[in-house]
Design a protein around this ligand. Structure first.
Ligand code: PEP
Ligand code: CO
Length: 451
């Protein structure tokens, strides 16, 4: 992978010559420079051969031979880098992937929104409360959430604290996987206690039992133990929003003759920062990682042509993923145009559906929420439309947690607006809770269009 040649007119900091949106303003540019320098000397969080391996998997998904499950918190928090939170997150992703393998009958590639998902785009630069105006909270590597002047001041040291938490997270994830946490021979390890009381428990149990049966059948026929032949792989991704953080972790790999962003395997560009002439596109076009871009209802054919040309001029398989996030209301009207627009440009991409960010709304009491039915409706429409148009949906992108939160309404327990206050923990967007996330996986596995 990463066959394209190194770009002569690009460097890890060439984005600084462009207009770049959603970046914090630091009071002391010298302190920022020192933090970037310190970060650029630290070891990478991931390595280039893992990044290349993920691109091969994304290429397989583009051909319909694998399916991508990408998910995690809207924003990770530095304080919540605990073993419980990481285990929960890994478990829910693994359990969903198990359910998806069973339903879709193809390999599932697991990509967490984790180990670096610390910077958030905001709709305004400042926030005003009771006549006091402060910088808005932009995520834990920029500033702190409490509404006081000290907390909201962007602090360059937080870039280093974020890097450290990301490294601790990846270290623990790797140890769990190497230590057999994901061994299919012990599906009971994959249970979470409160799942036993879920209305969906019987269905989940049937799927796990059937997989365990297939596994022992495979092993008795082949005389080989599965874990010898296949190790569970797990990849990291985050929105590459804070370009000083990304730049500092961009390394030249001599052997490949290319620059890699080694802060994560799959960085993506959010919908608010994907302007063709802007700094994010400039930075992303020069790195060898597979990359993703969120696309919303405003994307037209000219934009898609420009995007695919600048980010994947050689049409490398697996290089460019487009994550559409249109909303249940708009997907029927907008998705066919996106598919046609990319087709007309001659580009080949991997399509993933994010059914979360086009479906955000506010309750009467002012809480941000999403309705489970809208999330499912958007996903189902995405599979149907890609199918009808001879295209392919190769994955889903979800905001979810293995915790028992109440942030999205609906699902098997029928959570209502009034239930949300009980366990609303997200500092930014509402996530699917454990049961809701598993239910999404069960539904996707059953839709004929998804195979
Ligand atoms: C996100 O993924 O948390 C996000 C901000 O998404 P988008 O750029 O699609 O709005
Ligand atoms: Co979000």
């Amino acid at each position: 992978m990463a066959t394209a040649t190194r770009l002569e007119d690009w460097s890890p900091d060439s984005w600084q010559r462009k207009t770049t949106l959603q970046q914090p303003t630091y009071r002391d540019p010298g302190a920022l420079e020192r933090a970037v320098l310190a970060l650029s000397r630290l070891p990478p969080i991931v390595v280039s051969w893992e990044v290349d391996a993920l691109q091969r998997q994304l290429a397989a998904a583009q051909r319909g031979e694998a399916f991508i499950l990408q998910g995690g918190h809207c924003a990770e928090s530095l304080d919540e880098t605990t073993s419980e939170r990481i285990v929960e997150q890994l478990k829910i992703l693994l359990q969903m992937s198990l359910v998806l393998v069973h339903g879709l009958k193809k390999p599932i590639v697991r990509v967490g929104r984790l180990a670096g998902q610390y910077a958030k785009p905001r709709s305004a630069d400042t926030e005003t409360r009771d006549g006091v105006t402060l910088p808005c909270y932009r995520g834990d590597i920029v500033n702190r959430a409490p509404f006081d002047a000290t907390s909201r001041e962007p602090d360059p040291e937080l870039l280093l604290r974020g890097y450290e938490r990301a490294a601790l997270t990846m270290n623990f994830v790797r140890a769990l996987i190497d230590g057999g946490f994901t061994d299919l021979h012990h599906p009971e390890y994959w249970d979470l206690d409160f799942m036993r009381h879920s209305p969906k428990y019987e269905e989940y149990k049937r799927i796990v039992d059937s997989l365990a049966e297939s596994l022992s059948f495979f092993e008795s026929i082949t005389g080989r133990a599965l874990h010898d032949s296949q190790r569970v792989e797990f990849y990291a991704s985050h929105e590459g929003l804070h370009l000083h953080y990304e730049q500092a972790q961009t390394r030249y790999i001599q052997r490949r003759g290319r620059w890699y962003n080694l802060s994560t395997h799959l960085p993506w560009i959010g919908v608010r920062t994907a302007g063709l002439d802007h700094g994010h596109i400039e930075y992303f076009r020069g790195i060898a990682n597979p990359i993703a871009v969120k696309v919303g209802p405003a994307a037209d054919a000219a934009y898609l042509r420009g995007l695919t040309k600048v980010l994947n001029p050689d049409n490398e398989p697996g290089r460019l993923t487009l994550i559409h996030r249109l909303g249940a209301k708009d997907i029927d009207a907008k998705l066919p145009g996106l598919i046609d627009g990319v087709r007309a440009s001659g580009a080949e991409v991997l399509w993933i559906c994010d059914p979360m960010h086009g479906n955000t709304e506010s309750t009467k009491s002012g809480l941000k929420t999403r309705r489970f039915d809208n999330i499912l409706a958007e996903l189902e429409a995405a599979f149907r439309i890609h199918n009808e148009m001879g295209s392919r949906l190769g994955g889903v992108h979800l905001e979810m947690t293995g915790d028992n939160v109440t942030e999205c309404t609906g699902g098997a327990r029928g959570l209502s607006d009034d239930d949300l206050a009980r366990a609303y923990r997200s500092t930014v967007d509402p996530r699917l809770n454990y049961e809701q996330a598993l239910e999404v996986a069960m539904r996707v596995g059953r839709w004929p269009g998804a195979r």
